[in-house]
Design a protein around this ligand. Structure first.
Ligand code: AHM
Ligand code: MG
Length: 299
């Protein structure tokens, strides 16, 4: 941990945070083969934690709290925030991460990722306090999508034989395609409220199903092909499954910056007021027209 420079501007802190995330990505990836088992512990949301979750959390925690200008670090896998030194909102930033989103995919060797939000306010805060957000996708290629004031870009992360890590931009000004192609909805159909089931029946006649069980992978398909991803409110779990601070807010920020929309069913995700840092929220995110229809269907 280092003392923050109070006059450090958002851009340079954001850049340093995503450098730190990119630097750790190859190390996380390389460590996964031996960490496909449960760790035997539960996280703050009461979910079983995989060995890979713990490893990614520790590595990212060390790298992010060492960034000059990060005042606080919060993770889906940690009960409380880590004080990294410096007053958040007064020159220092709070970083929230889901270290390994979709880690239940470790067993079946399917895609997963890391989600990152950089907030200019102490957490919990609304998504309006985000100054940048991004995610790493551990697919056949390790990519990182970053959104900030300047827009959304996709980068490829590569490690050279000497161990050095590079970030290369492969797409600038990423925007959602106008003609949506894919959808992916989480949860079991019998657990969906009737109004959402009716909406899903319409959507499945129009779009192709692409659901992989990792929000990052599924949202990346929506960003690439256009469409809608949801982890909806469930009859017995009206808040759904995903966490506002670590998952929904960063994803909403990215998709909105790419010209799309994100809602909890009524309210723009970025306006949802959190009570605690581990709060859950229903998430419906994708092309504006599809999200608007969803809001009407749930009304
Ligand atoms: P995680 O962060 O503990 O991996 O949980 C979040 C994941 C999301 O990536 C994904 O959309 C959802 O859980 C899938 O849940 P399910 O396995 O119930 O379909
Ligand atoms: Mg997650």
């Amino acid at each position: 941990m280092t003392d923050p420079a109070p006059d450090r501007d958002a851009d340079s802190v954001v850049e340093a945070v995503f450098d730190a995330v990119a630097e750790t990505a190859p190390e996380i990836r390389a460590a996964l083969p031996g960490r496909r088992v449960e760790s035997g512990t539960e996280n703050a949301s009461g979910e079983s934690v995989m060995a890979g979750d713990l490893y990614a959390d520790e590595l990212l925690g060390d790298a992010i709290t060492a960034v000059d200008g990060v005042g606080s670090f919060v993770s889906e896998e940690r009960e409380t925030a880590v004080d990294a030194g410096g007053a958040v909102g007064e020159g220092a930033y709070a970083v929230a991460i889901d270290p390994l989103d979709g880690s239940s995919n470790l067993r079946s060797n399917n895609a997963m990722g890391t989600v990152v939000g950089v907030y200019d306010a102490p957490l919990p805060a609304t998504g309006r306090d985000l100054v940048a957000a991004g995610y790493v996708l551990y697919g056949p290629i390790t990519t990182m999508v970053v959104a900030d004031e300047g827009g959304v870009r996709e980068e490829v992360i590569e490690q050279d034989t000497d161990g050095s890590v590079s970030r290369s931009v492969v797409e600038e000004d990423l925007t959602l395609p106008d003609d949506p192609l894919v959808y992916g909805f989480g949860g079991r159909v019998p657990d969906w409220p009737d109004a959402f089931t009716a909406y899903a029946r319409e959507i499945e006649d129009e779009l192709k199903l692409r659901y992989g069980g990792a929000m990052v992978g599924d949202v990346n398909q929506v960003l690439t092909y256009g469409g809608i991803f949801a982890y909806p409110a469930l009859v017995d779990a009206p808040e759904g499954k995903l966490r506002l601070s670590f998952e929904a807010n960063p994803i909403a920020y990215i998709v909105e910056a790419a010209g799309g929309a994100a809602t909890d069913g009524e309210t723009d995700i970025l306006d949802v007021e959190p009570e605690g840092v581990h709060d859950r929220v229903p998430l419906y995110v994708g092309n504006e027209g599809l999200v608007e229809r969803l809001e009407t269907a749930l009304d």
